[in-house]
Design a binder for this molecule. Sequence first.
Ligand code: NAD
Ligand code: LYC
Length: 613
Amino acid sequence: MLNLPFLSAPQKHGFSSYISHRKLLHPTVQNSNFHPKFESLASGVCKASEFPSGYGGLRAKTSRGKRAMAVVSSEPVVESEGSGRRRREESGEGFDAIVIGSGIGGLVAGTQLAVKGARVLVLEKYVIPGGSSGFYERDGYTFDVGSSVMFGFSDKGNLNLITQALDAVGCKMQVIPDPTMVHFHLPGNLSVRVHREYEKFIQELTSYFPHEKEGILKFFGVCWKIFNALNSLELKSLEEPLYLFGQFFQKPVECLTLAYYLPQNAGDIARKYIKDPQLLSYIDVECFLVSTVNALQTPMINASMVLCDRHFEGINYPIGGVGGIAKSLAKGLVDQGSEILYKANVTNIILDDNGKAVGVRLSDGREFFAKTIISNATRWDTFGKLLKGEEIPKEEENFQNVYVKAPSFLSIHMGVKAEVLPPDTDCHHFVLEDDWTKLETSYGSLFLSIPTVLDSSLAPEGRHILHIFTVSSMEDWEGIGREEYEAKKQLVADEIISRLEKKLFPGLKSSIDFMEVGTPKTHRRYLARVDGTYGPMPRKTPKGLLGMPFNTTGVNGLYCVGDSCFPGQGVIAVAFSGVMCAHRVAADIGLEKKSPVMDTMLLRLLGWLRTLA
Ligand SMILES: NC(=O)c1ccc[n+]([C@@H]2O[C@H](COP(=O)([O-])OP(=O)(O)OC[C@H]3O[C@@H](n4cnc5c(N)ncnc54)[C@H](O)[C@@H]3O)[C@@H](O)[C@H]2O)c1
Ligand SMILES: CC(C)=CCC/C(C)=C/C=C/C(C)=C/C=C/C(C)=C/C=C/C=C(C)/C=C/C=C(C)/C=C/C=C(\C)CCC=C(C)C
């Protein structure tokens, strides 16, 4: 068996679902080789004794107010998954929190709680952690399941939430700076590289739109104002009044700036300064990457976060692949004495007679109980499936009025001969060939990542990985037989490859060494997301982020985390949602300070504000 240090030794207590990783990888992955980088990565970077001295916004305190690090070093709480649970079962101790799902949102919530001193149990349906930020291996390739564009992964500022989440549990991953966040290939031969250096990017953009130079600078100027305000705050739960009012007291200008832009969208602000329709379409494309909708529907705070972070911290790719983030967090969780159970498919959230969430039931009949339940499943899954039969709280009805499920996507993971890529090919590309109006339509625009440009160890020698994805809806793939389904996958993939061959890489088709196509059905099945949805998108024009719910729900004891919570889609966004969730839960279970009276007032106020969206 492979020695994966983030997994404990084979379990002796009869719980077959504890992962013996190699054995339990998805059946089609079983014969692949585990990537050596992952092994060295997981073994070398997450030692409890190697906590970095500086903590940022995710600073973790115990209930006694000490740093989590002090707890780790003074009390040897690091224990194996098995021994932790045996001890709890024997002593009859319960968990402080059960987290349903180990996406980045769930893992950040879980690890943040664990370092505050909580006992956490993460239940994951699949056989490895990460969800959309997981990985899989085939024929010597290590593929990222979802995006390879990583924000928040530097050593600077308060918004490096991925770095901080790892730091909190004593992990550090090596990253490779990406010189270009994305290379846009757009109608009218508009070819813009988003360089890491802001001035270089602005120079390139204004070379296409010299008449709009002032407008471009003013629009990005507002983005920077918002980004700098965000970056100046310690990021914790906006649903916790002591923290929120504390921030207003310490940073009034920054907080008022954020409050002012909270209900606004990027498209409206762009239109104040920019008139050229092609440039406005370009800004739509930029926002589409952030939110899967155009600029008029993209919250200004989210747009600013992404449009500036890429120049402030830059995009950084973790060596060994994005899957290493979730693996490190899962290891960090266990190192803190908490637990993670794989192949644990939660089918029900159990409520007590007072309607409080107190536990969960798995598909195999097992039940687990905790003081609080945190769902990293989408809100549609949480309230439509896990609480089936219960009345949907009013708050959730509001959410479903304002937001709909974004369509799913089609993904192609390919291994290609290295010679097909011209020298200096960028890592990430976005292709929309000749018609701006196709931006949001199925198969209209193509996202392409080539992570091996940065980390060649992800593929066999002389090969590159191409990961392509594009919008695709479940309706396109349902109600057809197996043969037709397979033929359709091939047909759609062929068309996409021809487009890329024409636009970027002549000879692409004949250079393919490996190819696997995932449809919305694949994503529904392996990511456990209803209809394989990419995340929430506004039904109409939203009032910025005003309508996006935070982590508490209308069900006492039940919290949500992930991309159907504030601030929405994106790995860094769900990491923030995890931080907020952990803070609110910690206050509710007595690990952080709270004021019940102010809580009631703030939660009511926020609930009311959301009805205005
Ligand atoms: N191609 C891409 O770039 C891409 C694709 C999809 C999503 N994403 C991003 O990934 C992020 C999503 O992160 P997230 O944290 O919200 O969630 P996630 O979807 O990544 O993870 C949720 C996890 O919960 C598990 N789960 C769901 N229901 C369960 C149940 N009933 N029992 C046990 N486990 C269950 C799933 O198996 C999954 O591992 C978003 O930022 C999104 O934008 C990126
Ligand atoms: C409460 C009240 C009412 C008020 C108060 C005021 C205040 C203080 C406020 C505050 C606020 C805050 C803090 C906020 C925060 C926010 C945040 C952090 C946000 C974030 C966000 C993020 C995001 C959205 C991200 C995203 C990303 C993404 C999505 C990405 C993606 C990517 C992709 C798709 C890839 C591409 C690819 C290619 C090209 C290939």
